[in-house]
Design a binder for this molecule. Structure first.
Ligand code: GTP
Length: 606
């Protein structure tokens, strides 16, 4: 297709503002999916996904669309057929880099806002990314069929935000289809055609890469310059890896093989590789012979930000856990893990994630899809520790925090964007200050809605920040954040000791002002949860050799036979057996027996 007839766009929206519904409606109006097939087809797909435990998503769908002849000429009939490529963007903050790569494959975007809700934090975060990528932005209000819709008010808000006339804000109902055809006309009219050099060496950008158990990795690309053809040998520019293009084509919405893709076109490649790490988002694909020498900008290795130890509740599940992680990694280039052992929890893995949501998704999949019962240690961020002798240590497990003389400790920070009704400004700022935040700025989007920007330590955001924010604003605030580097902070390691032995799973790195509170809380919880032993057990929290909190579990002699008034032998045996059973679920920490449930309870209360 002529680049002049191609329009590449995406839809950006806050969750639940109707992105999927609008996409469905577009597929239907352009005739790519028939109305009656629609639901069935999408449901079928999900069943297959569930059965096979894979994801086949349409990361990019090609739709034909003929806008009306330009005003002035013609008879009001339809004009030239264009190709619209709708590119899906991952919705969540953890995947900012993937979002920005998807946006880089587009020339324009639809900024979709719920006409009953207005702008939310994710709307803004994605809008900023779209602006950084120089995309043409089409503001659209959705759900105008709702009685609660306030299109006038939110059109003004949206217009104020992006600097356009409120009259230019389109109004649609993704549910009824109202205004969706006109929106497609505007996409053709406003979004620029892709530009590239047709006779230059081929360069295509990878904006997504998914694993399919039948076909291997399916790689989604946008061809920026030149052309890629079937059966050609290609090269990944970041790694130099070479592959043969077994298949190339477009989705509309099923995979449709083609002879090749040329300038401005969006489609998929299949090379037979089995692991998405060989086909990485952001990388540039070129031809092996007469290939390009300069990659397209933007390649970044996904960097895990949050770490947690994952341990099977039943130690014999360790091999299953390893296999499950291996499988998930095929489809997730950002997932990293290495084996680790904990005196308290046994054999497991230290796993790195892009963020908290990523962690939750992986954990949930391990439990649901692989039937594993897991204990996860409290998530922690990555620390850079500089010792007095200038050596540097990267710490992903708090129990491995170096003991030498520490010069400085660095922790990752994020730039957080919070949107809230103005009556909650005070509570939101108080929360952010308590979490060691630095105010960056504040803007009123309208009289009653405010955007507040903070720099916050990631460690303070990963715990319950979002829950706290929601509860302090009655659910009205929304949050988005992106990593922005690191800062030097006064951080210390707090160890928890049982009878003088460290419990590695409970070591934590905290700000020095919060160490005491952490210590006191954990020590009190453990005292509650650990049964009395044959001897007195001190439970202590310590920074280095300095004890900052202490409780004592008093001694008890647990004589199970005492109740058996002599006589009944079989009853006696039963009791003894039961006591042995109970012991199996105990873990030894030094000389102290701790029920595994105690670890789980303490870890899950964080
Ligand atoms: P994903 O993040 O991809 O799941 O999509 P989304 O969260 O942006 O929104 P989705 O399309 O799932 O829509 C969220 C809810 O809003 C659903 O219950 C839709 O039925 C509803 N919805 C979407 N568009 C409209 C609309 O135009 N009118 C009304 N009344 N409801 C709508």
């Amino acid at each position: 297709t002529e680049p002049a007839l191609i329009r590449n766009f995406c839809i950006i929206a806050h969750i639940d503002h109707g992105k999927s519904t609008l996409a469905d409606r577009m597929l239907q109006i352009t005739g790519v999916v028939e109305q009656r097939q629609m639901r069935e087809q999408y449901l079928d797909r999900m069943d297959i996904e569930r059965e096979r435990g894979i994801t086949i998503k349409s990361q990019a769908v090609r739709m034909p669309w003929s806008p009306p002849e330009d005003a002035g000429g013609g008879d009001g009939g339809r004009g030239t057929a264009h190709i619209l490529n709708m590119i899906d963007t991952p919705g969540h903050v953890d995947f900012t880099y993937e979002v920005s790569r998807s946006l880089a494959a587009c020339e324009g975007c639809i900024l979709l806002v719920d006409a009953a809700q207005g702008i939310e934090a994710q709307t803004l975060a994605n809008l900023y990314l779209a602006m950084e990528n120089d995309l043409t932005i089409i503001p659209v209000l959705n759900k105008i069929d709702l009685p609660a819709a306030q299109p006038e008010k939110f059109a003004a808000e949206l217009a104020g935000l992006i600097g356009c006339d409120p009259a230019d804000v389109l109004r649609v109902s993704a549910k009824t289809g109202q205004g969706v055809g006109e929106l497609l006309d505007e996409v053709v009219r406003q979004v620029p055609a892709p530009v590239g050099v047709a006779d230059a060496p081929a360069r295509a950008m990878i904006f997504d890469s998914v694993y399919d158990s039948y076909r291997g990795v399916v790689t989604y690309v946008k061809v920026v310059d030149g052309m890629l053809g079937r059966r050609e040998r290609i090269k990944m520019m970041s790694t130099g890896a070479q592959h043969e293009l077994l298949e190339i084509g477009t989705n509309s919405p099923e995979m449709t093989p083609a002879d090749g893709l040329s300038v401005g076109e969006v489609g998929y490649l299949i090379t037979g590789v089995k692991d998405v790490r060989q086909s990485k988002v952001g990388d540039t694909v070129t031809r092996l012979s007469k290939g390009a020498t300069e990659p397209l900008g933007g390649y970044k290795d996904p960097k895990p930000m949050v770490f947690s130890g994952l341990y099977p509740v039943d130690g014999s599940d360790y091999p299953e856990l390893r296999d499950a992680l291996d499988k998930l990694q095929l489809n997730d280039a950002a997932l990293v893990y290495e084996p680790e052992t904990s005196a308290a929890l046994g054999f497991g893995f230290r796993v790195g994630f892009l963020g908290l949501l990523h962690l939750e998704v992986i954990r949930e999949r391990l439990e649901r899809e692989f039937g594993l019962d897991l204990i996860a240690t409290a998530p922690n961020v990555i620390y850079r520790v500089v010792l007095e002798d200038r050596t540097e240590h990267v710490v992903t497990n708090p129990s491995e925090f170096p003991v030498g003389k520490i010069e400085e400790v660095f922790e990752p920070v994020v730039r957080a964007t919070i949107l809230t009704p103005s009556e909650y400004i005070g509570s939101v700022m108080e929360l952010c200050q308590n979490r060691r935040g630095t105010l960056l700025g504040m803007d009123y989007l309208s009289e009653e809605r405010v955007e507040i920007r903070y720099t916050l330590p990631l460690a303070e955001v990963v715990f319950d920040f979002f829950d706290q924010l929601k509860s302090k604003t009655r659910g009205y605030a929304s949050l988005d954040y992106e990593p922005t580097g690191e800062q030097s902070s006064q951080l210390v390691k707090v160890d928890i000791l049982l009878h003088g032995d460290k419990v590695d799973a409970f070591s934590a790195i905290t700000h020095k002002d919060k160490a005491y509170a952490y210590g006191v809380r954990l020590v009190a919880r453990l005292k509650e949860l650990i049964p009395r032993q044959a001897f007195e057990v001190p439970v202590q929290a310590a920074i280095g050799s300095r004890v900052i909190a202490r409780e004592t579990i008093r001694a008890i002699r647990k004589d199970v036979l005492a109740k058996c008034y002599g006589g009944d032998i079989s009853r006696k045996r039963k009791l003894l057996e039961r006591q042995k059973e109970g012991k199996k679920r105990m873990k030894m920490v030094g000389s102290v027996e701790v029920p595994q449930e105690a670890f789980i309870a303490v870890l899950s209360s964080d």
